[in-house]
Design a protein around this ligand. Sequence first.
Ligand code: UD1
Ligand code: UDP
Length: 374
Amino acid sequence: MAKTKILIVFGTRPEAIKMAPVVKEFQKYPDEFETKVCVTAQHREMLDQVLEFFEIEPGFDLDLMKPNQNLYSLTSSLIENFSKVVESYKPDYVYVHGDTTTTFATSLCAFYSGAKVCHVEAGLRTWNKKAPFPEEINRQLTGRVADIHFAPTQQAKENLLKENIDENSVFVTGNTVIDALHLCLDKLENYTTDELESVKKLVYPDKKLILVTGHRRENFGEGFIQICEALKEIAQHENVQVIYPVHLNPNVQKPVYEILGGIDNVSLIEPLSYEVFVWLMNQSYLIITDSGGIQEEAPSLGKPVLLMREVSERPEAIESGTILVGSKKEVILNETLSLLKDPDRYQKLSSIKNPFGDGKAVTRIIETQKALED
Ligand code: UD1
Ligand code: UDP
């Protein structure tokens, strides 16, 4: 019997982290599936860090990233280049992840080619076209195109049903980010690299570590200025240190280095490899971020999160204790000080159960795929 051809596509750091366990699981069944990976390389260095850690060799690398790329040229070059891959390789199923421009453009091409589209991390919604921008629309459009929807939570499934997606095509799996985190924590035992050793040297054992990341388009401009001003003030508090691996997007780099460069107790560093970032999350007291993935990982490590967004497509995180702070300096400052000074509140927020999964999402995904073959 001919093997089913599975093409797994991703382009950015978070997609790579969350799809790595899917790739690894499919590769366990070479008699049933011919599995290939296509990276669009919407990200380059930040993607390669993940490929290296999870030892993934792409069959196709579109190498598309351009400095300070815009949505128009990125979308059109994704379609132009990925269409050639689907037309020549002719996969039976194309797996895409989440809400990036890679996700939407490649799922559209897969649909045009006649392949079935499987959407991992389907069904998250704010129903606000402008937040997250353009991700909310990327995810909604991918949902329209997809044939199979792997929803991480029951709420995500319900969102899809509200949009009249056929219930028989929706499977609740948990989020594969937890599978990735478990793979990473296993690998971190007895692990060392020069990068890890140099990051260890940045951490002061006598200070509370506040770990920061940020990259959302909604925060570009005034948002990032306010965020950096808040961090500048937070870093002046005794017993606090801020470590901030700065996203490579120039719209982030510029304000962050201009406002926080050379400030005492603030370490601005390059984006970290996944494993070193996970190690650093484990050392932190508090995480301030606008990231999707970090909100999902932090509860597994018992770390409270201040989320620099106005709305969230992950209501489960907010219900479990993640605090929405937007990008206003005073709110970020006040909530941070509260968590530094109120041990009871801190304790409550550090001991929540992770609502995003049990680390077995990929087993459910592959079982579903096998059942499609029967
Ligand atoms: C993208 C996704 C966003 C996702 C985020 C994760 C879109 C529209 N945006 O945002 O949904 O949450 O990735 O981080 O799909 N750059 C580098 N090297 C890298 C990565 C980025 O230099 O490895 C710089 C380049 O100048 C690039 C710019 O960052 O042009 C922007 O990258 P892009 O993928 O367009 O946007 P992100 O802000 O990273
Ligand atoms: N991450 C990483 N190195 C860093 C910062 C973050 O590997 O320096 C990981 C983090 O653990 C999470 C993912 O990258 O799994 C989040 O990516 P990002 O915030 O860029 O995107 P989002 O999740 O918001 O789409």
